[in-house]
Write a protein that binds this ligand. Structure first.
Ligand SMILES: Nc1ncnc2c1ncn2[C@@H]1O[C@H](COP(=O)(O)OS(=O)(=O)O)[C@@H](OP(=O)(O)O)[C@H]1O
Length: 266
């Protein structure tokens, strides 16, 4: 993928560590970027999982159907969980935009654990304590969560025109503000008329958890994963229902230590 993926200057990438709000941001980025193409009453997001509207580039390379990405109309909205340092050079070199979403690690872990326990190939119980241990050690498919966010954050400081950082918790508190800022960043700001006509609110509603979670679950989302695997509870701080105070303290201490050389905070 590294050598062959060709980014276009108009591409917008939704980048994230798993379970940080990827599905939500993909829906919002797609809806914002393509708002002139679709009416809200016949919008693809009324029928399709956001992962089917915004393909994840590494899956298409892994399954060797990378040409599919070339067939998408421009401007493309594409997704990736790959760390910044592992991104294809053409993405780094182009004038495209990257919107990165991060989430507080304790909630990421809880969300990830729930997803993993759903997979049939995990035919034996996967205790939360085991997931906790692996997560704390950074033994995750895309590496340690802290390294992931710090790479994108550091790059965003040096190149704020290219990378924007959004936080799941901020988006939950004020989705309108996040969507307006993202639209400005990706170069398709809302006009005064659109603001007056409530277009931002309508997009936020279209992409809300309650709307997306009710998509027909018989249709498959990304990579044949059932739609409902991407929508669980969407509650900030749900970790409190799964972690002992000792676990939370340990993970908070690791997070503090990992971020100690940076100005980044969750
Ligand atoms: N629209 C919307 N609004 C708010 N929250 C949402 C939305 N869609 C998905 N979610 C919640 O995001 C969590 C899944 O994270 P990801 O989408 O990053 O998962 S994935 O990496 O793409 O598999 C997972 O969080 P938890 O509920 O805490 O498990 C989802 O419920």
């Amino acid at each position: 993928m590294h050598e062959v993926f060709q980014s276009q200057p108009s591409d917008v990438f939704v980048a994230s560590f798993m379970k940080s709000g990827t599905t939500w941001l993909k829906a919002l980025a797609f809806a914002v970027m393509h708002r002139d193409k679709y009416t809200l009453s016949s919008h693809p997001l009324l029928k399709l999982n956001p992962h089917d509207c915004v393909p994840i580039i590494e899956h298409h390379y892994a399954t060797r159907d990378e040409q599919y990405l070339e067939t998408l109309p421009s401007p493309r909205v594409l997704g990736t969980h790959v760390s910044y340092s592992m991104l294809p050079d053409s993405i780094k070199a182009s004038t495209n935009k990257i919107v990165y979403i991060c989430r507080e690690p304790k909630d990421v872990l809880v969300s990830l654990w729930h997803m993993v326990t759903k997979f049939e190939w995990f035919n034996k119980p996967f205790p939360f304590a085991k997931a906790f241990e692996l997560f704390c050690e950074g033994r995750m498919p895309y590496g340690p969560v802290w390294d992931h966010v710090l790479e994108y954050y550091t790059k965003s400081i040096h190149n704020p025109e290219k990378i924007m950082i959004l936080k799941y918790e901020e988006m939950s508190k004020d989705p309108i503000d996040s969507v307006v800022r993202m639209a400005n960043f990706i170069g398709c700001p809302f006009s005064e008329d659109e603001i007056k006509n409530g277009v931002v609110e309508k997009i936020v509603e279209l992409c809300s958890f309650n709307k997306l979670k009710d998509l027909d679950v018989n249709k498959n989302g990304a990579g044949n994963v059932p739609n409902n695997y991407f929508f669980r509870k969407a509650v900030v701080g749900d970790w409190q229902n799964y972690m002992t105070p000792e676990m939370a303290h340990k993970l908070d201490e690791i997070t503090k230590e990992k971020l100690s050389d940076s100005t980044f905070t969750y």
